[in-house]
Write a protein that binds this ligand. Structure first.
Ligand SMILES: [Zn+2]
Length: 202
């Protein structure tokens, strides 16, 4: 009788163990992909600083290029002070764009849209104000981070939430995806020089 009770107790314990193991494995199955996903999330949100630096000319290359030209794409002469302003503006814009993405990562930006302080004659046909990109697209193609060329006023702005109307805009058509498929559209070459408006980059 005692033996039967012991066996029954053992069976119960074994069943309970099997059940609890099943519970654990179910939890692991659920937890597994979540860890995987959060891993991707953190990689995507790594600062594009290094990746971008590897794709863009450094200050020496920019100065060397500017020393070799006398006028911008519109045929306007580039004086020495304007050369300096272009270099300074380029560096400041690179930093501003990177900081915007880094801040957006901290605050959980939904996506980023392009804007500018004044219309750009070079980027005009490539990208429009309000075109937006996802963080994953920036991660995969860091060269879509402005400035695109010397004297380029384009900026990425972090956007929060699902409302895709531009600030002050009235229609939803103000914003449209920049990508038309998997690959990014073409972007102007950095050697296109546009003189800065008076006062900018000084
Ligand atoms: Zn531009």
């Amino acid at each position: 009788m005692i033996a039967i009770a012991v066996v029954a107790a053992l069976i119960l314990v074994a069943l309970k163990m099997a059940l609890s193991r099943k519970e654990v494995s179910e939890t692991e199955e659920v937890r597994g992909p979540m860890i995987h996903m959060s891993g991707i999330y953190s990689i995507v949100r790594e600062s594009p600083r290094k990746g971008l630096a590897a794709l863009r000319p450094d200050e020496t290359a920019i100065r060397r290029f500017l020393d070799g030209i006398n006028e911008d794409i519109n045929g306007a002469p580039i004086r020495y002070s304007e050369r300096e302003a272009l270099v300074k503006y380029w560096k400041a814009q690179v930093e501003l764009n990177l900081q915007e993405i880094e801040k957006g990562d901290e605050s959980g930006a939904a996506f980023y849209y392009y804007g500018y302080s004044w219309p750009c004659p070079v980027c005009n046909e490539f990208v429009a104000k309000g075109n937006f990109v996802t963080r994953e697209e920036i991660y995969n193609y860091p060269h879509i981070i402005p400035p695109f060329h010397l004297g380029c006023p384009f900026m990425l702005n972090a956007h929060h939430g699902a409302d895709i109307r531009l600030k002050g805009g009235t229609s939803e058509s103000d914003m449209a995806p920049f990508f038309d498929g998997e690959k990014p559209p073409p972007i102007p070459d950095w050697i296109n020089v546009v003189s800065l408006p008076a006062g900018a980059g000084k």
